[in-house]
Design a protein around this ligand. Structure first.
Ligand code: ZN
Ligand code: ZN
Length: 344
């Protein structure tokens, strides 16, 4: 098969590669679309240690089944599918409790840290366990289905907290995941969503996708602005979708006393933590990671257009052009693109 192979840090080659052979519990999927994830861009140069060459990256994919191993019962050749980026073991205490995102033996498709090497979907074929596959609703296109992972992250994040419809939520960071969090909040019934970002272009898109108010954090006092919009109290919940000290602190100070902060972004491994502001104001802080069984719900929401994915797709390009797209996305101005989807 043809594959986009990472041969050395920052070195991608479009090359021939042996077809994967599905194990007994695996299905072989003919990949029709695979999105380039931010984690691929941050990791392909070797900086995260999670994409050790040689590796076929790619975990945001959709396609059709072309073969199944002997112990796969639910799936047939020809089924249109997507799959979870996390391969959960199905056996550990977390998996048995339904917390598959917290699996003790989790592997991620298209990732190779020190403990494992799992080839991904920047290739014509990929083999994945039958238990992580999900059927595509009929009207859903392969490129739209490939947006499932970021959508599921947003839906899972929003479900980490309970809202009253009258609650105001703040979303700090209006990149792709932030824009999905905004849409997920509106789906969850939150009527007032304040989007925060440094770029007016993204804030305009945030408004188009359901934010009721926007604040450019590069202009003036953001906290004062949020206070003004919330009757001096602060928001009930803030979602931090960047993951660096200034935005983390902004999220913490944007909520009212007794409020909640949901941490989605994790760009920096450590942040400055204002302990007294959190303790004395009785804040609740939630981490959120990947998703835990929300894929069918998300596929339905995308297929019905409740969550819109097409404004986030910057380009759909042949897999053979993948290297050029990795270079463009890694460049200084790479942030002007949101999702680039490659089609083998
Ligand atoms: Zn991803
Ligand atoms: Zn497990």
């Amino acid at each position: 098969m043809k594959a986009l192979l990472l041969t050395a840090p920052s070195q991608l080659t479009f090359t021939d590669f042996p077809n994967p052979v599905p194990a007994a519990d695996e299905a072989l999927v003919r990949v029709r679309a695979c999105g380039i994830c931010g984690s691929d861009i941050h990791g392909w140069d070797g900086s995260t240690g999670r994409r050790r060459p040689p590796l076929i990256m790619g975990h945001e994919a959709s396609g059709e089944i072309v073969a199944v191993g002997p112990s796969v019962e639910r799936w047939r050749v020809g089924d249109r599918v997507t799959f979870d980026s996390t391969i959960s073991c199905g056996q550990c205490a977390y998996c048995r409790a339904g917390q598959i995102n917290l699996c003790e033996n989790r592997r991620v498709v298209g990732v190779a840290p020190a403990e494992f090497r799992q080839h991904g979907a920047f290739a014509e074929f990929v083999a994945v366990p039958g238990r992580i596959l999900y059927a595509l609703p009929d009207p859903l296109s392969y490129p739209h289905a490939a947006m499932i992972e970021p959508v599921s992250i947003a839906i899972h994040a929003v479900q980490r907290v309970k809202f009253a419809p009258a609650d105001t939520a703040v979303v700090v960071g209006s990149g792709m995941i932030g824009l999905f969090v905004i849409q997920a909040l509106r789906w969850a019934g939150v009527q007032r969503v304040i989007a925060v970002d440094l770029e007016d272009r993204r804030l305009a898109l945030a408004r188009e996708l359901g934010a009721t108010d926007t604040v450019n954090s590069g202009a003036g006092d953001t906290i004062a602005e949020i206070q003004k919009l919330t009757g001096g109290l602060g928001a009930a919940v803030a979602f931090e979708v960047v993951g660096i000290s200034p935005t983390f602190n902004l999220a913490l100070m944007a909520v009212r006393r007794g409020g909640s902060v949901v941490l989605v972004g994790n760009l920096a491994p450590k942040v400055e933590f204002p302990l007294q502001a959190a303790v004395n104001r009785e804040l609740t802080i939630h981490g959120t990671c990947a998703s835990a069984g929300e894929y069918p719900l998300c596929l339905d929401l995308i297929a019905r257009g409740v969550i819109r994915v097409e404004p986030m797709i910057s380009a759909v390009a042949p897999l053979a052009e993948g290297r050029g797209w990795f270079e463009r996305l890694s460049a200084k101005d790479g942030g002007k693109f949101m999702k680039v989807i490659l089609t083998p």
